[in-house]
Design a protein around this ligand. Structure first.
Ligand code: DX5
Ligand code: ZN
Length: 215
């Protein structure tokens, strides 16, 4: 059974408390929080100020996904406002190893996020250092996009890399996860699934989370 991480990006921002409470009442383990700066990705979402309020209500693990340039400038702030995991992009971190060590030294779990065009082998020398690999199955920036099919092969390659290197990282898939494709994604080796529109677009979001979990 996969770990489920509903993405708050797809929630009604005027009713964030209700959204967070819905997730509290569900079988989801993590709450995925998408931070976008309008530079690394074309969209702007929310930052530490919003997360600080979410943290007061959530009972789940806060899985923060930083889609921002120079993310290390904000590690302290995200820790202070409630991040449990910080995921940073391989594409925006020239000192990735150092940044990952810094996140772990703060007592948080460290994730490396990888865009659809970046090959799995790029992870080869960082895989043993990270707690999570966040595999982007859409181009980051927006919710509600279609799952890019070649991600399935990439999940298998990353899984193999983890076994070869005797690493312990969890594989989390982000973008376009639906009730239809979740089983195939889990079968390929995913340990966790982020889901925005599939959860918040559902008539019964708690039931959607249950279905994803049992996919
Ligand atoms: C995309 C974000 C995702 C997004 C997923 O840039 O990183 O976390 O919220 O949304 P869905 O599940 O709708 O594709
Ligand atoms: Zn995300």
């Amino acid at each position: 059974m996969a770990i489920i991480a509903p993405s708050l990006l797809a929630a009604n921002f005027l009713k964030l408390q209700e959204a967070v409470e819905m997730v509290n009442s569900s079988e989801a383990e993590w709450l995925h929080l998408d931070v976008m700066d309008g530079q690394f990705v074309p969209n702007i979402s929310f930052g530490p100020m919003v997360i600080e309020f979410v943290k007061k209500v959530t009972t789940k693990v806060c899985d923060v996904h930083l889609m921002i340039e120079e993310p290390s400038r904000y590690f302290e702030q995200f820790k202070k406002t409630g991040a449990d995991h910080i995921n940073i992009h391989i594409e925006t971190c020239p000192r990735l190893h150092q940044d990952i060590q810094q996140i772990k030294a703060m007592g948080l779990k460290a994730g490396v996020a990888i865009n659809p065009h970046s090959p799995a082998w790029l992870l080869s020398d960082i895989i043993r250092d990270v707690d999570i690999v966040l595999v982007m199955s859409v181009n980051p920036g927006f919710g509600g996009q279609r799952f890019i099919p070649h991600t399935i092969d990439k999940i298998k390659e990353i899984k193999q890399l983890i076994v070869e290197k005797d690493a312990h990282a969890l594989i989390n898939i982000d973008g376009g996860v639906t009730l239809e494709n979740a089983a195939e994604i889990v079968a390929a080796g995913a340990d966790a699934l982020v889901a925005g529109s599939t959860v918040f677009g559902a008539k019964d979001p708690v039931a959607a989370i249950h279905k994803l979990k049992n996919a």
